[in-house]
Design a protein around this ligand. Structure first.
Ligand code: 9L3
Ligand code: MG
Length: 134
């Protein structure tokens, strides 16, 4: 089965809230709330891929030293297996803004389980609650 490597990030603000992004209409899993991120390009390392995705999707600049790996998700879709490390980031330049017509919101970690998220993202919630509190 095809293996798809995707990187995702929990951006954490000064109140310990986390940014989630709603997948736009027309994309797979439209309407679900996810941690921002995306696929690695050929030959790309995970951290530069995540920095590129965060810039493309949110218009922010993140330094590699500000990304810390927290955990990773593994989920088997019918046609591919998704492997997705989750990084955390507390420092960036700029203000996250919607660059791809996606809705954004900041939520308390304990409220993440109330959102409809892709199945790969759901197991990432408990480690975030452990780290940040509810
Ligand atoms: N995906 C799941 N959760 C996430 C992200 C960023 C991505 N937090 C899944 C959705 C797609 C695949 O990874 O099946 C590729 O993502 P995209 O390139 O369509 O954003
Ligand atoms: Mg994406």
């Amino acid at each position: 089965m095809k293996l798809l490597l995707v990187v995702a990030c929990a951006l954490i603000d000064a109140d310990n809230r986390v940014l989630v992004s709603q997948r736009p209409e027309g994309k797979a899993l439209a309407g679900l709330w996810e941690f921002p991120g995306g696929k690695l390009e050929a030959g790309e390392r995970p951290e530069p891929a995540l920095i590129r995705e965060l810039h493309e999707e949110l218009g922010i600049a993140v330094k590699e030293e500000c990304l810390a790996p927290l955990t990773f998700a593994s989920y088997a879709y019918p046609d591919f297996h998704l492997l997705m490390p989750l990084y955390i980031c507390r420092r960036w330049e700029g203000t996250p803004a919607s660059k791809e017509a996606q809705a954004l919101k900041w939520v308390r970690p304990g409220k993440l389980r109330d959102l409809a998220m892709p199945p790969a993202d759901e197991p990432l919630i408990p480690p975030l609650v452990d780290l940040l509190g509810a």
